[in-house]
Design a protein around this ligand. Structure first.
Ligand SMILES: [Cu+2]
Length: 249
């Protein structure tokens, strides 16, 4: 039996069943995205919120374009070809192949550019808390250069004030790593011989987990780190427990 468009009905039913099965298979995957200690969609700071918004815009935009493509494909597959009226191929190629993706990508570039700026230090920003991070295979050396009685040192655990911008300067002593606290902001590469800075802000006291986001050798999966945000008194107590000389794990 054929549908009015000439496509066998059993083929259409099979395509629908396949689409439904794929959609249902993907649902549990997306359900796991919304919360969790390393989820970018459970954003806590302003920089991470911007990234989550870009993700949402891209995801819903891509879904809308995919839906449009499916509708056009079904229409093209089901219509009866009219040999007297050739398809407007030039219009389709220029409109669908150049203008449409060009407009979409330019709009996305402009939107994403702003979100990227949120991750970077700002000119003339005061009341900034500074921390230095040196990546090693496979641990993070934390240095507090502004501590009252000289620098303080720690391993894999960063203490910061809640509600204040924190500038984290990141470098590496061996290979390229990537510093990433997903709930507070984006990734920044730790590159030997270079210093990169990322601006983070924790809205309230608590622990925000991080990882190395760049494969850096056999121990890559075992170099987690934590950012712990405190109120003023809590931060002073935490810093008082740190070492005044370099430490290793
Ligand atoms: Cu790594």
């Amino acid at each position: 039996m054929k549908s009015p468009g000439g496509v066998p009905a059993q083929h259409q039913q099979k395509a629908c069943r396949t689409g439904l099965a794929v959609s249902m298979g993907l649902m549990p995957m997306f359900a796991g995205c919304s919360a969790g200690r390393l989820s970018i969609l459970d954003a806590a700071g302003p920089a991470a919120r911007n990234i989550a918004q870009v993700w949402s815009v891209m995801a819903w935009g891509a879904a809308a374009i995919l839906l449009l493509m499916i509708v056009l494909t079904v229409y093209a597959a089901s219509r009866t070809p009219d040999r007297r009226q050739p398809a407007p191929t030039t219009l389709l190629l220029i409109g669908g192949g150049l203008v449409f993706p060009g407009v979409v990508l330019l709009a996305l570039l402009a939107y994403g550019w702003n979100a990227g700026d949120e991750q970077l230090p700002r000119r003339a920003e005061s009341d900034v808390y500074r921390v230095e991070v040196r990546a090693h295979q496979w641990w993070w050396e934390i240095i507090y250069p502004q501590a009252q009685n000289g620098p303080l040192y720690a391993v894999n655990h960063i203490h910061v004030p809640a509600g204040r911008p924190v500038y984290v300067t990141v470098t590496s002593v061996d290979v390229i790593h990537s510093f990433w606290i997903p709930r507070l902001g984006g990734k920044i590469d730790a590159i030997p011989g270079r210093i990169n800075t990322i601006r983070l802000q924790a809205p309230e006291s608590g622990i925000y987990d991080g990882v190395c986001a760049e494969f850096c050798g056999a121990g890559h999966a075992h170099m987690p780190l934590k950012v712990q945000a405190h109120d003023e008194a809590g931060l002073a107590r935490a810093l008082a427990r740190l070492s005044t000389s370099r430490v290793v794990p």
